[in-house]
Design a protein around this ligand. Structure first.
Ligand SMILES: Cc1ncc(COP(=O)(O)O)c(C=O)c1O
Length: 418
């Protein structure tokens, strides 16, 4: 691994080796994470990193871009084929900048955007006061019904009718259920708003066809490329053909500079891989594993927000266990299970403490864990929750977690040996 760096910069090599070791020996359950396939690792570090290119294929600012043109065209075509999109922009550096580019394509300062509340599942870029976009646009937030914990579409429609936003955003970071894109598109149409679906978290599941796609309904669809889609860190945007010109101009020169061609190369591989039986089987198993985890935790006295899950996320309310998200996250980290504390809808605790944790099933499923191992993880979590500050208990749980994950290598044996 890193054969030049190992010689020229041992201190840095050591940090990377430690991170590989951490990932290998931990059970990674951060919902936004995935494990990059070896091809993605290789392509992310390929010679396209050397090339500066701005503009679009056939119309570049730098000479020597004809091979980059072929690369970007290939990635775009593969993405279009998977999602059935009319137009694709592959240049965003991440899901966040993809959203910024859409805003800048269609919004004027002072215009109104409706997005999901951060404390009920939405994302920072959808209107959190700490995000810089709130300096330019007026954001309104819709949320979930207190009883069902599902998006309250009636309240959302009423808010849209009253406020006539220019843009309505669907999509979330910690919403474990399917979103009714058809219904939200109809609301947007009725009030004359654009409709953006941010599928950052779920684009792998959508690409594999195991959950419904927003693409037929939305004017714009944005995504990260490092979550369930399992690619290199980056982003992409799809839109209806009528918005293509405006969007491309907003991405470059509007919000971004030169293209991260090495990430596009890796993601071109990903878009082809999405069509494979292997990838589809992994995405199906993610859904099965998430359902299993929700059931197994419920059986052990945890409360699952909305009563279950339709995607890769199990949002778990810890109040029946009398512990906070912060305490549980820290205790699980000691044990070698990585999750993040997360607010549950109508959470009385602060975002720094929280009453819940968000658990994602992507990385574990990629490693080959199936229902029996997920049941064992739920049991370890239950043991941790019973005495999260008892060091002997945590040491025992750590043994159980290590034994479990050691049978499921992160990467093929010998891959990093040279
Ligand atoms: C719904 C949603 N949109 C956008 C993003 C931002 O993506 P990135 O981290 O690639 O910038 C996230 C990240 O978690 C997300 O959950």
């Amino acid at each position: 691994m890193l054969k030049s760096t190992r010689v020229s910069d041992p201190a840095l090599y050591d940090i990377v080796a430690r991170e590989l070791d951490r990932q290998e020996h931990n059970i990674e359950m951060i919902a936004s994470e995935s494990t990059a396939p070896t091809e993605v690792l290789e392509l992310s570090g390929c010679v396209f990193n050397n090339k500066t290119t701005e503009g679009y294929p056939g119309n570049r600012f730098q000479a020597g871009s004809h091979v980059a043109d072929d690369l970007e065209r290939l990635a775009i075509q593969r993405c279009k084929d998977v999602y059935g999109a009319e137009h694709v922009n592959m240049q965003p550096y991440s899901g966040s900048t993809a959203n910024y580019s859409v805003y800048s394509a269609i919004m004027e300062p002072g215009d109104t955007i409706m997005g999901m509340r951060l404390d009920q599942g939405g994302h920072l870029t959808h209107g959190s006061p700490v995000n810089f976009n709130t300096k330019f646009y007026k954001f309104l937030s819709y949320g979930v019904d207190e009883k069902t914990e599902l998006i309250d579409y009636d309240a959302l429609a009423a808010m849209a009718k009253e406020n006539k936003p220019k843009l309505i955003i669907a999509g979330a970071s910690s919403y474990p259920r399917l979103i009714d894109y058809e219904r939200m598109a109809a609301v947007a149409k009725e009030v004359g708003a654009y409709f953006l679906a941010d599928m950052a978290h779920i684009s792998g599941l959508v690409g594999a066809g195991v959950i419904p796609s927003p693409v037929p309904y939305a004017d714009f669809v944005t995504s990260s490329t490092s979550k369930t889609i399992c690619g290199a860190r980056g982003g992409f945007i799809m839109c209806k053909a009528e918005h293509a010109k405006k969007l491309d101009k907003a991405v470059f020169p509007g919000t971004l500079g030169s293209i991260h061609l090495q990430a596009i190369a890796a993601n071109a591989w990903v878009f082809e891989h999405l069509k494979s039986d292997e990838f589809k089987a992994t995405m199906r198993q993610i859904l099965a594993n998430a359902k299993k985890l929700a059931e197994a935790l419920t059986a052990r006295g945890f409360r699952i927000v909305s009563g279950g899950t339709d995607n890769h996320i199990v949002l778990t309310d810890l109040r029946p266990k009398n512990i906070t998200g912060k305490i549980f996250q820290n205790a699980l980290e000691v044990v070698g299970i990585t999750v993040n504390k997360n607010m549950v809808p109508f959470d009385p605790a602060s975002p720094f403490v929280t009453s819940g944790v968000r658990i994602g099933l992507t990385s574990t499923t990629q490693r080959g864990l199936k229902e029996p191992q997920i049941e064992e993880i739920a049991d370890i979590m239950n043991q941790v929750a019973a005495a999260p500050e008892d060091q002997k208990n945590l040491a025992d749980c750590k043994d159980r977690a290590e034994k479990l994950i050691s049978g499921f290598p992160l990467y093929p044996a010998g891959y990093f040996e040279d």
